[in-house]
Design a protein around this ligand. Structure first.
Ligand SMILES: NC(=O)c1ccc[n+]([C@@H]2O[C@H](COP(=O)([O-])OP(=O)(O)OC[C@H]3O[C@@H](n4cnc5c(N)ncnc54)[C@H](OP(=O)(O)O)[C@@H]3O)[C@@H](O)[C@H]2O)c1
Length: 298
């Protein structure tokens, strides 16, 4: 059944708006299924599977990009004015296509601060930060777009090339301790795999429009950093108390510490039956280190 379903994706064509960290990873995983995938970038890239799209300069994709497209995924954050870059420029165009599925990467920032409590898709969105208010606005615009939309709310994304290893190598890691503070996270491979899993379930009666993709184990940043140092065989610097660290943090970095929540994946993993590749940061970091060793990029 699984193979049959995967084969049924073979002839599909995907556009991924925003070929950044997650967009490129997801594109590569979908290509492995035999699909054509084009990704956008704000600058001209060398490869033929990339096209230019920039909502600010209003540089729109060339017409060929849309030919035969069946699936669209947006990985682009809201514009500064709260408009969705893709919808504000391309809604009409997307509506004119015969799309089977449209995905949107959102954030769990829309839930705001739950003071460390678990949060599910059934809980109301109570965004605290302006950027999360803009995000919720974009979600709502997608939901009322009359497109076959599915929204994925994501916590901190990490994976090969973007993890605590790179922060340590680049010497820009800050080890900060704040009592009872946790962060939820997700390995990029699980974002890609869960999305493919959900696309294959598109005709299921249990179709859900908003789904959290998070791992099983929200925990403190210090615990994750300590484990990263241990894997490298290095000594972690003494953690700085949050009150002392405040003045070292940029306003954007500080804003992440103002929210404390545990993101539940029960809908995805229990109700919809998805099995995580990386259930926790230990499994995810092991994978990141293996890839660092393979590439020998240190
Ligand atoms: N990073 C996280 O921890 C995290 C957590 C939760 C949710 N998210 C959200 O999930 C999505 C993917 O995250 P990511 O970290 O993979 O993103 P990313 O690496 O920052 O990539 C963002 C992509 O959006 C494109 N983009 C940005 N502004 C644009 C505009 N005005 N017009 C056209 N394209 C534009 C960028 O183009 P260029 O390729 O030209 O730069 C890039 O391809 C984003 O919406 C992000 O906000 C991220």
């Amino acid at each position: 059944m699984e193979n049959f379903a995967r084969n049924s994706l073979k002839k599909k064509k995907f556009i991924i708006f925003g070929g950044g960290f997650s967009g490129q990873f997801i594109a590569n995983e979908i290509r492995k299924l035999g699909c054509e995938v084009l990704t956008s970038s704000r600058q001209i890239q060398q490869n033929t599977s990339s096209f230019v799209f920039d909502s600010i300069s209003n540089e729109l994709p060339p017409e060929y990009v849309f030919d035969q497209t069946t699936h669209v995924l947006s990985c682009i954050p809201p514009d500064k004015d709260g408009k969705d870059p893709v919808l504000s420029r391309l809604h009409k165009k997307l509506k004119s296509l015969d799309l089977e599925w449209v995905g949107y990467l959102s954030t769990t920032g829309v839930y705001g601060n739950t003071f460390g409590e678990w949060v599910t898709e059934r809980d109301p969105a109570r965004p605290l930060q302006d950027r999360s208010k803009r995000r919720l606005l974009c979600e709502r615009n997608w939901l009322t777009s009359n497109l076959p939309i599915q929204i994925f709310r994501l916590p901190g994304i990490y994976g090969p090339g973007r993890s605590t290893f790179e922060s340590i190598f680049k010497k820009n890691i800050k080890v900060i301790y704040k009592p009872n503070q946790v962060f939820s996270r997700i390995h990029v491979a699980d974002i890609a795999n869960a999305i493919i899993y959900l696309i294959l379930k598109i005709n299921n009666v249990n179709f859900k429009q908003i789904i959290n993709i998070a791992d099983n184990y929200p925990t403190s940043q210090v615990e994750v950093i300590a484990h990263t140092y241990k894997l490298l065989g290095l000594k972690m610097p003494e953690p700085i108390d949050f009150d002392d660290a405040k003045k070292l943090l940029s306003p954007i970095a500080l804003s992440f510490w103002e929210e404390n929540r545990r993101v539940s994946n029960a809908l995805l993993c229990k109700d919809l039956g998805y099995r995580l590749i990386h259930k926790n940061y230990k499994s995810g970091l092991k994978n990141c280190l293996e890839i660092i060793k393979q590439k020998n990029i240190r």
